[in-house]
Design a protein around this ligand. Structure first.
Ligand SMILES: Nc1ncnc2c1ncn2[C@@H]1O[C@H](COP(=O)(O)OP(=O)(O)OP(=O)(O)O)[C@@H](O)[C@H]1O
Length: 654
């Protein structure tokens, strides 16, 4: 077949949008571009629909060669959809005869980055200009920081590093300590560093020691201490880091570091969100801090960096003063942000192999007394590799534990071993249950049989008692979380939440199920957008409770309030003030990122949606601290998911 004329193509593309194959937004872009700069042929408009579609899938670019080679990897058409009598995207991609890139070069909407055209073509990578700009800005800012000479001499680092990481007795711990010590020194050496590792590998422990090292050496040299802020992409992740660091900072006191009390005063204990740090302006994409008004800081540490998308990373690098250090912490194997650009994944793509040059290895040995393993040496390693440390020993999941073994099998794509581990029933921390359809009562039973909630205070109790009660309830509710890959459909979070509400109503655990979104005592909700007025952040979880209003005065009657814990205290919010919340007996795995629960249960549906990937299953499993349950409707779907790894299209750090 031959390609249709541009106008006819746009009509076909609108049909694709009606069928849900692409977004209306993707077609609107092509229409707008064609109005501004008429396309010489429809292959140009096809490319513009696809590059926008790719952005919606989290990719920064459309690779033209790969798209022609494997159209289905870019746009998979649902085989069950009634096909119209017009061509599919795949058929049109197959019909391209002329070299696609040279057709695009002839279009006024495309340049190689010069000017301000909406599309940019670099070799055979087509970008929306916005993402091209972000990718270039992030790559340049990181390269600039990496090019700076080492900040600290190995001789200055050594005595402090030795105190920070005293020798451990147990061989496994001694090895983990040595890796953390090297990661800490590596991060101290340059202005940009990444510390990656799975759950409980000591990223936080290492970074707190890094802060101790930097502040102690500043004090030792008679310099002012660094102005440091700790941040995370979501409120929930910030709160979790906040809880984790207190004890680890206190441990520093026992290590006899230079600087004494002044050192402890110089270690920040508060964690903020990136939005707050940069000064988000409600309703705009702009921040108060940027290159023209940089952050008044010498160092920023970002935890859960896998959730940081390219746009946020650009904004952060833009707002950092040129001299400031940036340290990113995160698990590179976790799901990337839903937004475009898997920045941490790209940064750490080679982390497994180390790739440390001789100079780095010598510096590390001098700074820590530890030798870099020969398997991690590579004299052709890139400057970026010299600033990336990977922690490999988990203190949370012992080597013999089920969750740790399962996470490892998933990460290596070994679906058969993962299934064997799950089904062997010989790990106390794992549980596998078959699901017979989405309305299998097993799902609701996990919620209705939850631990009992603490006793309600007396009606005339003071506010402090209600706060303590709400805290205990939030803790109990936070012990278990049901996770699903999907939002919609029978196995999606929306349907599961309704099903669970109905089951709770049947067992008398709530008044009546009512329509979705109705407020009732016991309803757990998650905030889905930052609300600066209420001091609630995206990802914060609250629980609806019936309490005297006002507290301490039962005569006035009772009312529903949603209790949240934020910034170390309970915040009671009127339900009507919560504009962006959803019920979270079940939540999507994407929403669970940055959170952790004693027990999680993951639903694997009976068909494989594109979102069900290795990263998603790994993220769900590693949300569990003590116990993981798999509710599996199809072993085949689980196997396919573990074998499917997403590669976000991008040229960042390539
Ligand atoms: N070198 C070490 N020796 C002994 N215990 C350690 C060491 N490093 C970390 N731990 C302990 O292991 C646990 C996990 O450490 P940490 O919180 O630093 O890991 P993490 O990688 O930041 O975890 P997460 O994935 O939850 O962010 C903590 O209880 C910590 O005290």
């Amino acid at each position: 077949m031959s390609l249709p004329a541009p106008e006819e193509f746009l009509r076909i593309a609108r049909g694709w949008a009606d069928l849900g194959w692409v977004r209306a937004l993707d077609v609107a872009l092509a229409e707008q571009l064609h109005t501004l700069a008429p396309a010489p042929c429809s292959s140009c408009l096809l490319a513009s629909v696809l590059v926008s579609h790719q952005a919606g899938q989290g990719h920064l670019l459309l690779n033209l060669t790969d798209t022609q080679r494997r159209p289905r990897a870019v746009i998979a058409v649902d085989p069950d959809t009634d096909r119209p009598d017009w061509p599919t995207p795949e058929a049109l991609i197959d019909a391209l005869v002329e070299p696609w890139a040279s057709q695009l070069t002839a279009w006024a909407a495309v340049t190689d980055g010069a000017g301000s055209t909406p599309l940019v073509l670099i070799d055979d990578a087509l970008y929306l200009r916005r993402y091209y700009r972000h990718e270039t800005a992030v790559a340049e800012a990181v390269a600039h920081r990496l090019a700076e000479a080492p900040r600290l001499s190995a001789d200055a680092v050594r005595p402090i590093a030795d105190r920070l990481f005293p020798p451990a007795d147990h061989p496994a711990e001694a090895a983990a300590n040595a890796t953390q010590k090297m990661a800490c020194a590596l991060a101290a050496r340059s202005q940009f560093a990444v510390i990656t590792g799975g759950p409980g590998t000591g990223k936080t422990n290492t970074v707190i020691r890094l802060l101790g090292l930097l502040q102690a050496s500043a004090l030792d040299a008679g310099h002012p201490t660094l102005r440091i802020r700790l941040a995370a992409p979501t409120g929930k992740a910030a709160a979790r880091l906040d809880e984790a660091i207190g004890g680890q900072i206190d441990q520093l006191r026992t290590l006899d570091l230079p600087g004494g009390e002044a050192l402890h005063q110089a270690i920040p204990r508060e964690v903020t969100t990136l939005h707050r740090l940069l000064g988000a302006r409600p309703g705009t994409r702009h921040f108060r801090h940027h290159a023209g008004h940089p952050l008044p800081l010498d160092m920023v540490v970002v935890d859960e960096a896998s959730m940081v998308d390219i746009e946020m990373m650009t904004a952060l690098l833009d707002a950092l003063p040129a001299h400031a250090r940036l340290v990113l912490l995160g698990d590179r194997d976790q799901l990337a942000s839903v937004e475009a650009g898997a920045v941490l994944g790209r940064l750490c793509a080679q982390a497994e192999g180390g790739h440390y040059q001789a100079e780095t290895a010598q510096w590390l040995q001098a700074a820590t007394g530890e030798a870099v393993d020969s398997s991690l040496r590579d004299d052709t390693g890139r400057p970026l590799d010299q600033a990336i440390a990977m922690l490999r020993h988990s203190f949370r999941f012992d080597a013999g534990g089920g969750i740790g073994q399962l996470a490892r099998a998933i990460n290596t794509g070994d679906a058969q071993t993962a299934l064997n581990i799950l089904k062997a029933q010989d790990h106390d921390d794992l549980d596998y249950r078959g699901l017979h359809g989405a309305d299998d009562p097993t799902v609701a039973r996990l919620i209705t049989s939850r631990a009992d909630y603490p006793m309600r205070p007396a009606a005339d109790a003071e506010r402090a008692e209600w706060d303590a009660w709400a805290t205990a309830i939030l803790e109990t509710a936070g012990q278990f979380q049901m996770l699903t890959p999907l939002r919609r459909g029978p196995f999606g979070a929306d349907a599961l939440n309704q099903q669970i509400e109905q089951a709770l109503a049947r067992t008398g655990q709530l008044g009546s199920a009512g329509p979705p979104g109705r407020w009732y005592a016991g309803r757990p909700v998650m905030v889905t957008g930052n609300d600066y007025g209420l001091k609630l952040m995206n990802g914060d979880i609250g629980i609806t409770l019936r309490v005297p209003a006002p507290f301490g005065d039962p005569e006035q009657g009772e009312d529903l309030r949603v209790a949240f814990r934020s910034e170390g205290r309970v915040r009671w919010v009127l339900p009507s003030r919560l504009q962006h919340v959803e019920t979270v007996y079940a939540m999507t795995v994407h929403k669970s990122q940055g959170s952790e629960f004693a027990h999680t249960a993951l639903i694997v549906p009976d068909t494989a949606p594109p979102v069900l990937t290795r990263e998603l299953i790994y993220t769900a499993v590693t949300r569990a601290r003590e116990r993981f349950t798999l509710l599996c409707a199809s072993d085949r779907v689980l196997t396919q998911a573990i074998q499917r790894q997403v590669t976000r299209q991008s040229q960042l750090f390539s």
